[in-house]
Write a protein that binds this ligand. Structure first.
Ligand code: ZN
Length: 599
């Protein structure tokens, strides 16, 4: 991989996995481990568990697992070497590389960050002190920036001259060019990239300066905003302005606010809302969304989401689904942006965020509000327009809730609206659902109605995994099956990608069982079945622990008694529907650990 093995091991040992995970997830201590909401899948109750003694994490929900390096790779979307480098920097470990080129590239990037750092300081001092920055200082004051803000965000002033930076900053020219701070003009002279602009330094999530956004002074000629071009340290489709300051707040509140401008981020922080970030002169990309998702499960859009257009809207809905994200919209008063509102009406800004509504609701409201709904014809037209919006959401359950709500608002029969939704556009029957194999494909007979069950939660789990694999398979584990035939069937199905038709290399018994279960309709909720499985598995472990205590010496018996004292009340809370959703993930994580010999 490029980095010397010993150094990788040193980095792993020196890193505190709880501290590293806590940058993304709010962790709570549960017994001997830590638990929180998984940053890799959508969930309401914590199934993500961190064991600091072993330096490992595990999610019972989606199966994500690994050590501190894996975590940084996954959460921050880095390759292996970059993740090790990031952790090494945190622990002040100097890495050695097996391939000289890797070392060179890494050195080059950290040199570029140094150059950026020097430029941030240079421009910041100019803004604070230079006589030619007087107008810029006055402008910032007039926009409501305090001197504390100017210092905290390290705002700068790029003089209105050709080569101040190139001349006065003692850094190699080719690095200034590579960092996007300078370029060669047509006569081959090095020239400053930013001239006559107020500068907002852009930092990556770790707080390294990687770029600038520059705003022209009012009345000056040229585009109002200019941003650094991309470089090996700056990718504008990934970097979010303000994330370095906001990430702690984003993790604690499980919510990020996305706005459009640097001044919006600063404005939000000024009114005590420290969880805002901004895209840097681009539309929100999926990489931005993935980055945000690793810190929070809710995103509030604080810009004109309507202007983003239908295509963007469909993308947002897809990201909601694919990344387990809730997108909502804070409606700003017409004609104002968060940066302005923060100075003129802070309460209105805070309220807009508190009143944020789901993105789809926002779009449907936009279509319906202000329409004449007095006649049947007008209501039918409104319905058509609203269904067009509703149809852009990929989840049939969500679509149906909005259809019922629409029927209510327009006093139209819901079934009629459902039919219209299914036949809108080319009459193709709506959008195909993503990522789920169609369980009814092929020769599957009509489902048998209810009566069949409740025979055994293990059989029911297999029925569910055949019917709705995406919903159930991630929560299941070998540890939950006691019946050997069910366990074999579960494992064989896992190998077959949860498709009965793909079963190979397995016994006739398993095939027969799977065929039978495949035609029976599950009647239970996935969560309920998993709770019953966990409870049964927990009871089995309780019996094993009891035997163990009887057979072993005092010291081990004492240890076992401690585990039993923890396990018993947990099993009890699993039987209470009010506490079961909390207890199940904790128990599952422990069962899996124990099954895999870690507990
Ligand atoms: Zn997970």
């Amino acid at each position: 991989m490029g980095i010397v093995d010993d150094d990788i091991a040193r980095v792993r040992d020196a890193s505190d996995i709880v501290a590293v995970v806590s940058e993304h997830v709010q962790l709570k201590r549960v017994g001997r481990r830590w638990s929180g909401l998984c940053p890799f899948h959508a969930e309401k109750s914590p199934s993500f568990s961190v064991n600091s003694d072993q330096g490992l994490y595990y999610c019972f929900g989606c199966g994500a697992k690994g050590d501190v390096i894996t975590f940084v790779r996954e959460a921050e979307h880095l390759d292996f070497a970059a993740a090790v480098e990031r952790l090494a920097a945190k622990s002040n470990i100097t890495l050695r590389y097996t391939d000289a080129r890797d070392g060179e590239n890494r050195k080059r990037r950290s040199r570029l960050v140094e150059v950026m750092e020097a430029a941030v300081d240079f421009y910041h001092q100019r803004l604070l002190e230079a006589p030619d920055a007087a107008a810029a200082r006055k402008y910032l004051r007039s926009r409501g920036f305090s001197s504390e803000e100017v210092r905290h965000y390290r705002l700068g002033w790029a003089p209105d001259a050709w080569d101040t930076l190139v001349r006065d900053l003692p850094q190699p020219r080719e690095l200034l060019v590579e960092a996007g701070l300078a370029f060669m003009n047509q006569r081959g002279r090095p020239t400053d990239a930013f001239r006559g602009r107020v500068l907002f330094p852009i930092f990556n999530a770790n707080g390294d300066p990687v770029a600038f956004g520059g705003r022209l002074m009012p009345g000056a000629e040229g585009p109002k905003y200019k941003n650094s071009s991309g470089s090996s340290i700056y990718d504008k489709s990934r970097v979010l302005y303000g994330l370095n300051w906001a990430k702690a707040d984003i993790v604690t509140s499980d919510e990020a606010i996305v706005c459009e401008g640097y001044t919006d981020v600063i404005g939000f922080a000024a009114v005590g809302v420290g969880r805002a970030v901004a895209t840097c002169g681009t539309a929100l990309t999926e990489d931005h969304v993935r980055t945000l998702r690793s810190y929070a499960s809710r995103v509030v859009l604080a810009f004109d989401a309507d202007a983003a257009g239908q295509n963007a809207a469909e993308r947002f809905h897809e990201w909601e689904q694919r990344h387990g994200l809730e997108v909502s919209v804070a409606a700003m008063p017409v004609g104002s942006d968060p940066g302005d509102l923060a100075r003129t009406d802070p309460d209105a800004l805070r309220q807009a965020v508190a009143d944020a509504i789901p993105f789809l609701r926002f779009r449907v409201d936009r279509v319906l509000n202000g329409r004449d709904l007095s006649t049947a014809e007008a209501r039918a037209r409104a319905a058509t327009a609203a269904l067009e919006v509703i149809g852009s959401h990929p989840d049939p359950l969500v679509r149906d809730q909005y259809v019922m709500d629409l029927a209510d608002r327009l006093r139209l029969p819901p079934d009629e609206l459902r039919t219209r939704l299914a036949h809108r556009g080319s009459g193709g029957g709506g959008r195909p659902e993503r990522g789920r194999p169609d369980p009814t494909a092929g020769t599957r007979p009509a489902p048998t109605p209810v009566a069949v069950l409740h025979d055994s939660p293990e059989l029911e789990a297999l029925r569910l995994v055949l019917a709705v694999p995406d919903e159930v398979a991630p929560s299941l584990h070998d540890a939950l099956f006691a019946d050997p035939l069910c366990l074999d069937a579960y494992r064989a199905l896992g190998t077959a990608g949860w498709r009965a038709a793909q079963l190979a290399d397995t016994s006739d018994e398993v095939v027969a069982l799977v065929q039978r279960l495949g035609v029976e309709q599950p009647v239970s909720e996935p969560a309920e079945v998993i709770e019953r499985l966990a409870e049964a598995a927990g009871q089995r472990q309780l019996a094993i622990l009891g035997n163990e205590a009887r057979m072993s010496g005092d010291e081990r018996a004492l240890e076992v008694a401690g585990v039993v004292a923890w396990l018993k009340p947990l099993l009890e809370s699993l039987r209470d529907p009010r506490t079961a959703p909390e207890a199940a993930p904790v128990l599952l994580a422990w069962l899996i650990d124990r099954y895999e010999g870690r507990a």
